[in-house]
Design a protein around this ligand. Structure first.
Ligand code: AMP
Length: 215
């Protein structure tokens, strides 16, 4: 199953992508995570990407596409994946379609998680993560429940950067949603509710899209 989860920062894409990936037995592929690893490992690509990420801007397409290509060529992604944080603009959507069609594959569904804007700002600016294992928390301080490391607020989750990320999302990412409509691949689900409720909605939306497309 090749699925894309779409939605603004703070919509719960990461959490839900992991849950949906597990449900369908496919890997969860997050370009944000791939980039953060590249930064942590100080790879050439990571060093180039860091300043864009710290500023809350999109990393140039060629860098993200390079990372994603390597990830999707790995064995565990051959039968499907749940993409989170990609595509972020039309160029990325088209590049993904092209590389899948080159190997006779296509996206099965794109699901947009919809959450009101004031709820997004509230969620994003009250979030922190563990610098050691990457686990995220809905609080801004304290230590990681897994390994005891003090939590920190990602530079791009500070309130001034949050507003900018949402603006960039609206300008550049909203057209991605529109890209999947004429292909009959788009479903919208409400992202407010319990984790299980939202996961169930997403899973049902994916099945509905596939049934409509006759897959
Ligand atoms: P995320 O964890 O998905 O919110 O991503 C964190 C940051 O990584 C974003 O603010 C961007 O700077 C960068 N990023 C992640 N995915 C992409 C992408 N598909 N295209 C460009 N930049 C990205």
């Amino acid at each position: 199953m090749r699925v894309i989860l779409l939605g603004p920062p703070g919509a719960g894409k990461g959490t839900q992508a992991a849950r949906i990936a597990e449900r369908f037995g496919n890997p969860h592929v997050s370009t944000g995570d791939l980039l953060r690893f590249a930064v942590a490992w100080k790879t050439d690509l990571g060093m180039k990407a860091k300043r864009y990420m710290d500023a809350g801007e999109l990393v140039p397409d060629e860098l993200v596409l390079e990372l994603l290509k390597v990830r999707l060529s790995q064995e565990d992604a051959q039968h499907g994946f749940v993409l989170d944080g990609f595509p972020r603009n039309r160029v990325q959507s088209e590049a993904l379609d092209k590389s899948l069609s080159d190997i006779g594959q296509r996206i099965d569904a794109a699901v947009e998680i919809v959450v009101p804007e004031e709820e997004l700002v509230r969620r994003l600016s009250s979030r922190a993560s563990c610098p050691s294992c990457g686990r995220t928390y809905k609080r801004r301080d304290g230590t990681c429940d897994t390994d005891g490391t003090p939590l920190f607020q990602r530079d791009d989750d500070k309130p001034e950067v949050v507003a900018k990320r949402l603006r960039i999302f609206i300008e550049q990412t909203a057209p991605v949603v529109a890209y999947y409509v004429p292909q009959g691949l788009l479903a919208r689900v409400e992202g407010v509710g319990t984790l299980d409720e939202v996961s169930d909605r997403i899973a049902k939306a994916i099945e509905d899209v596939r049934a409509r497309a006759g897959n």
